[in-house]
Design a protein around this ligand. Structure first.
Ligand SMILES: Cc1cc2nc3c(=O)[nH]c(=O)nc-3n(C[C@H](O)[C@H](O)[C@H](O)COP(=O)(O)O)c2cc1C
Length: 385
């Protein structure tokens, strides 16, 4: 595997996700960087996510002799090598061209899930060349129009995606002030400022010239025109504010694969989703990008686990930056954890094998901290006070 060629040098140079974050900022234009990094409003929720994860502690036990920690997990009837996967990132082709294909390939190679966003810059059919079930997951922004919903579900199923995450926490676009200041738009166009930023980031520019400006290719066929503005309008008018419990109920009947409700922070919402037959609930505040007044996702995790039947899986994201963070989430009741920005830092910072390096950092950190804690299985974490 080609990542092996870089592994030793990269582990010395970039031993933590934070190193990749710093590297990524230097390789991509400011507008793409601000789009990736920003939270909503004053970014209180964004900061709260990590602050609360940092505050939470785990108490180690010792004198257990040599330990052989196991990171494999069983989820939705499949085995994955690690208890984490890649969260959906819309417009990720702006952050690094062909992100979706590279990260899908990385996920397949390492046997973890990759979630393709509805607002991706590659289609499910294209990404299916790099990944297959059970590693291929799809995130749905719920279309208002029945015929569009049915068509997207049909395409995604035919492309081999079997796990569907429907996003609940975007009732309306959020105000991301930092991205606005940087001149971000969902349909990037060539402005003098964009060109100047590109000049300063030659690797990104060359890759973008080869692939063209990123477009929301999955939903483009449903918009009134192929231009960026028509697609952005379609998104605003047809995929925002459309989700209701009735919609969820019908979706459960329509989707024969695993169904997860993404962006749940409230116990009653979690109970309702479980009662409708969702296979999983993703406790998340969208990485602090939607509602600045929300609690940190880690703060609500344990209470949600308590009220949801044990056969319904609890997934978690928002603020995870290390293997230790993954362990903390599992100890509070998560069955599986997703990371969004961390994988984009890897890819933007190091290119094609950057996602592999993120996995390697997380793998080493998981194994090391499991040994420090005195546990061999992830299930043992749930017994730690
Ligand atoms: C740049 C960016 C784009 C995102 N796009 C989507 C999306 O299209 N659909 C979605 O459900 N969540 C989206 N999310 C939220 C992520 O799926 C995930 O919930 C979040 O990134 C987790 O927080 P983390 O970045 O701290 O790991 C996006 C997040 C970021 C940072």
């Amino acid at each position: 595997m080609a990542y092996k060629r870089y592994k030793a040098a990269w582990l010395n140079k970039y031993p933590a996700i934070e190193d990749l974050r710093i590297k990524a900022q230097k390789r991509i234009p400011n507008v793409a960087w601000q789009y990736l990094e920003t939270g909503t409003g004053q970014e209180l929720c964004l900061r709260r996510n990590q602050a609360k994860l940092n505050q939470y502690t785990l108490t180690p036990q010792f004198c257990k002799g040599p330990l052989h920690p196991e990171t494999k997990v069983h989820l939705f009837g499949s085995n994955y090598d690690f208890p984490f996967g890649i969260a959906p990132i819309g417009l990720s082709g702006l952050i690094w061209p062909r992100s979706e294909c590279f990260l899908a390939e990385t996920a397949q190679r390492n046997n973890i899930p990759y979630t393709l966003s509805t607002v991706a810059t590659e289609t499910p059919e294209m990404v299916a060349d790099y990944i297959s079930s059970p590693n291929a997951w799809f995130q749905l922004y719920p279309p208002k129009l029945e015929k569009d919903k049915k068509d997207i579900l049909r395409r995604v199923w035919n492309a081999g995606f079997r796990t569907l995450l429907v996003t609940a926490d975007v009732p309306t676009p959020s105000r991301r002030e930092r991205a606005i200041r940087a001149g971000f738009s969902r349909s990037p166009s060539i402005t003098p400022s964009f060109v100047w930023q590109g000049v300063k980031r030659p690797q990104w520019s060359i890759a973008t010239l080869k692939n063209g400006l990123p477009k929301l290719k999955t939903i483009a066929p449903y918009a009134s025109g192929a231009d960026g503005e028509s697609v952005a309008n379609y998104l605003k008018e047809n995929m925002r504010g459309s989700l209701t419990w009735e919609y969820c109920k019908i979706l459960r009947e329509e989707w024969k694969g695993n169904l997860v409700l993404k962006g749940i922070m409230d116990k009653q919402d979690a109970i309702k989703a479980a009662s409708l037959g969702f296979d999983g609930i993703l406790v998340s505040n969208h990485g602090g990008r939607q509602f600045d007044g929300a609690p940190a996702a880690i703060e609500v995790l344990a209470d949600i686990r308590k009220v949801v039947p044990s056969d319904v899986k609890i997934l978690f994201d928002s603020g995870v930056r290390s293997g230790l963070d993954v362990l903390k989430a599992i100890s509070l009741g998560a069955d599986f954890v997703l990371l969004g920005r961390a994988f984009m830092y890897g890819l933007a910072g190091l290119g094609v094998f950057g996602g592999d390096h993120v996995i390697e950092i997380l793998r080493q950190d998981l194994l090391n901290n499991m040994t420090q804690l005195g546990i061999e299985s992830l299930n043992a974490l749930k017994l730690i006070d």
